[in-house]
Design a protein. Structure first.
Length: 297
């Protein structure tokens, strides 16, 4: 399958400035499965989270060297590393040193992977009153952003777990208070179902600050979310992507299907079924993107 300069498979249409990508371990835990899925799609780009069941920052040196070599051999460009910093497993009362250490490790590893982008969240609460929660989040995020800037990294805050995870006003407050070029927003189209809000409704306030996009779709409630192909759920995926395009977004659209893999639920389907489902998801997105591209010509 031939691939053009944007990383799109031959025959697919992309709006100008848009690159398609996927979070590799959503296809499977092993690096083999991840590379197979992304190279079969022909996109040329991968987002990393866990490799062979281990977070990028926790890989031993030999495993990380193999990762760098294998991705280069497969001609896959890394767009972002999804860290555990401030995520759903690290509440605001947790050990901040763990986040600082992970960021330091990723500062070195991202340079070798060829990406500046590190996905973060903003600390779920753990019994603090709102003012104390806010104060601690802003203090920690300010220190993280300063360290990221010094390392040449950009922290991408996802609308997921944490103080600024679900409300546009708090996302903008986070950016204003931290006031660093090393902190931007990651917009996940499908997180609203699991966290009980409408992600699309965030866009009028945050679109200018979005630097990376995750694509998933779902129906249901926070206690009973069901994930499906983009466009088959209620997350207004196509409308969201159109809104971003209309407001000047260029960059990565990265699939995170959550159909067979959901780390926060310890769900992981491995092998051929996971890879094929990931590829099917990617093809579904390609069809949606082609419609968007066609509507803009």
């Amino acid at each position: 399958m031939s691939v053009d300069a944007t990383g799109a498979s031959a025959g697919s249409a992309l709006p100008p400035g848009i690159v398609l990508c996927g979070i590799g371990d959503e296809a499977g835990a092993s690096l083999d499965e991840q590379i197979t899925a992304l190279t079969t799609l022909g996109w040329g780009h991968i987002e990393l989270r866990n490799v062979d069941g281990t977070a990028v920052a926790d890989l031993d040196d030999a495993a990380f060297d193999r990762l760098v070599d294998r991705l280069a051999a497969a001609d896959l460009t890394v767009t972002c590393v999804d860290s555990r910093i401030a995520n759903w497993g690290r509440p605001v009362t947790g050990d901040f040193a763990a986040d600082l250490h992970e960021l330091d490790v990723l500062g070195e590893r991202c340079a070798r992977l060829g990406t500046r982008n590190v996905r973060v969240m903003s600390y779920p609460n753990d019994g603090l009153e709102e003012p104390a929660w806010r104060q601690e989040v802003l203090a920690r995020m300010g220190k993280l952003a300063a360290r990221a800037e010094a390392a040449g990294l950009v922290l991408l805050h996802e609308n997921c777990a944490g103080w600024a995870g679900t409300e546009a006003a708090k996302m903008r407050e986070l950016l204003t208070e931290v006031d660093s070029p090393a902190l931007k927003l990651l917009f996940d189209v499908g997180n609203g179902v699991a966290y009980d809000y409408e992600a699309y409704d965030l866009l009028p306030e945050i679109a200018p600050y979005v630097a990376h996009v995750h694509i998933k779709d779902a129906i249901g409630t926070p206690d009973d979310a069901h994930y499906m192909l983009p466009g088959d759920g209620r997350c207004r995926v196509e409308e969201s992507l159109r809104y971003l395009l209309d407001h000047g977004y260029t960059g990565v659209w990265s699939i995170e299907p959550h159909i067979n893999v959901r780390p926060h639920e310890s769900l992981a389907v491995e092998g051929r079924d996971g890879v094929e489902a990931f590829i099917d998801y990617g093809r579904s997105l390609e069809r949606m993107v082609s419609r968007l591209a066609g509507a803009r010509t």
